[in-house]
Design a protein around this ligand. Structure first.
Ligand code: UTP
Length: 290
């Protein structure tokens, strides 16, 4: 089966980024010249998916508005003869079919995904976290979709992290298979205490899931922090069918974290067509003054 739909949960509170995120969703913070969420939507579009399902919450309407058509703004820009801007805004609102569902309470990532069950229906789907950016030659989503075309089984994206960082992630213990960068998942531990796992493969914000996950999420009781944890349901899914961990090509930035966000701005800025060379020059000057 083909993956046609992507769920992007954006209903989290963004407490790590307060006070910036008091009135603005973290997904709307700017990386160079567009909000974080636009990079993620563009990744989905360039990977060939047909529909995006945003899981939103109170205070997140700026995200929906960003991808909507703004009649008033369009008229004003046309009056002012700003055709290029009109075209750019038009292209953003025509990127892809977008549907929103509302998570009424922040009961966790697992609950946010479960909220999208009726719109996803009985088919495989992708999940991308709204604050997790991956800078890559081939979009990370596309790399994973190609793998899913072959395997037709759930896939989690993983990156190697240092031993000191494993306690911040869901960690996968896997077995290599005869395909580059791919492991069969044997065990998964959410935020393991130091010394309790030898693996350094951390799950990041990209998943391809099969629809059995909805039933499993519906039966998952609140775990760590009183939230319905996706990892708990993933463990149950792994017992039903094979699951794979994929070491994607590219660099991931956690744009929901202050330092991750700054790193993302530099990385995306340095690659920017118009601003890149001046920014690199400036970074060199700053480094020389350290
Ligand atoms: P995070 O762990 O980043 O949580 O959620 P958060 O609440 O957004 O931010 P902090 O940790 O308080 O700073 C991972 C992803 O899951 C979504 C978030 O929007 C983010 O994309 N999420 C989380 C929901 O949609 N609903 C929830 O109840 C929790």
């Amino acid at each position: 089966m083909k993956v046609r739909k992507a769920v992007i949960p954006v209903a989290g509170l963004g407490t790590r980024f307060l006070p910036a995120t008091k009135a603005i969703p973290k997904e709307m913070l700017t990386i160079v010249d567009r909000p974080t969420i636009q990079y993620i939507v563009e990744e989905v579009v360039s990977s060939g998916i047909d529909q995006i399902i945003f899981v939103t919450s109170e205070g997140k309407s700026a995200i929906e508005n960003h991808f909507d058509y703004d009649f008033h703004l369009d008229c004003v820009l046309k009056e002012k003869n700003k055709r290029n801007l009109c075209e750019e805004l038009d292209s953003i609102s025509n990127l892809i079919d977008i549907v929103s569902v509302r998570q009424k309470k922040p009961l966790g990532l697992g609950h946010a995904i479960w909220t999208a069950r009726h719109v996803v229906g009985n088919e495989p789907f992708m999940v991308l976290l709204g604050d997790d950016l991956v800078l890559a030659e081939t979009p990370c989503a596309k790399q994973m979709l190609d793998l899913f075309d072959e395997l037709q089984e759930p896939i989690v994206a993983v990156q190697r992290v240092s031993k000191e960082q494993t306690h911040q992630y869901g960690i996968v213990e896997g077995e290599e298979i005869d395909r580059e960068r791919t492991h069969m998942v044997k065990r998964m531990v959410e935020k393991p205490a130091p010394g309790t796992t030898d693996s350094d493969m951390a799950i990041i914000g990209r998943y391809i899931l099969t629809p059995e996950i909805f039933d499993l999420l519906g039966r998952t009781t609140p775990g760590h922090g009183g939230e319905i944890q996706l990892t708990d349901a993933l463990l149950a899914l792994k017992n039903l069918r094979s699951m794979y961990a994929y070491e994607f090509e590219g660099t991931r930035y956690d744009a929901g974290d202050k330092l991750g966000y700054l790193k993302a701005i530099l990385a995306y800025g340095m690659r920017h067509e118009k601003l890149g060379s001046d920014l690199k020059e400036h970074i060199k000057e700053l480094a020389a003054g350290l």
